[in-house]
Design a protein around this ligand. Structure first.
Ligand code: SF4
Length: 188
């Protein structure tokens, strides 16, 4: 590459002498980036959702290709956020694809000092047994003469990585079971 070609490829040179004086378009592109295609252009479909991380509830466009999430962007149609996401919401793609995401059930037995792997069916059976027992043992038909018909044996506290649809189903399930305390960390 000649010196002249090298200088003409320098972003500062292109910003100073080209049409992109703010350096936010063509001047900032490298030769490599000019050959790349945004993931948003190669998606099969775009699904509307809500950022799960906090109570602001910013709208998200979730880009999907071959059944996998490839990109998450702010939803310009959202009256709440109008296309914007904070850094946390912008990074929520990692919820679905992050290499550090735990993919197996981990269980620590009472008084144990380590975690062990369980298969999903075993874990689901253990949870179901505990829910049924806690509901039965702590069912309350009335209190102080007032009809309550509720269980005080368990509560639900959801995590911030639960999405809108999951929280909807959790609320339905726990209310149907008779639970009273149903909350989510994102409301805190
Ligand atoms: S974490 Fe950020 S992007 Fe997500 S809802 Fe809250 S403010 Fe919006």
């Amino acid at each position: 590459m000649g010196v002249r070609t090298w200088i003409e490829g320098w972003p500062v040179y292109r910003q100073a002498l080209g049409a992109d004086r703010t350096g936010r378009g063509a001047a900032a592109k490298s030769r490599t980036s000019e050959t790349l295609t945004p993931r948003t252009e190669t998606a099969d479909e775009v699904v509307k959702s809500i950022c799960p991380y906090c109570a602001v509830g910013c709208g998200q466009d979730v880009y999907v290709r071959n059944g996998a999430v490839t990109q998450i962007e702010g939803d310009p149609d959202s009256p709440v956020s109008r296309g914007r996401l904070c850094p946390k919401g912008s990074a929520s793609l990692q919820l679905t694809t992050g290499s550090s995401r735990v993919q197996q059930v981990l269980y620590r037995r009472p008084h144990s000092d380590h975690w062990e792997h369980l298969d999903l069916d075993t874990a689901m059976d253990m949870i179901a047994d505990r829910v049924i027992a806690a509901r039965r043992d702590h069912w309350q038909d009335e209190q102080g003469g007032a009809r309550t018909r509720r269980t005080m044996g368990f509560a639900s506290l959801g995590g911030a990585t639960l999405d809108n649809e999951e929280n909807y189903l959790i609320k339905k399930l726990f209310t149907a079971l008779g639970a009273v305390q149903i909350e989510n960390q994102a409301r805190v």
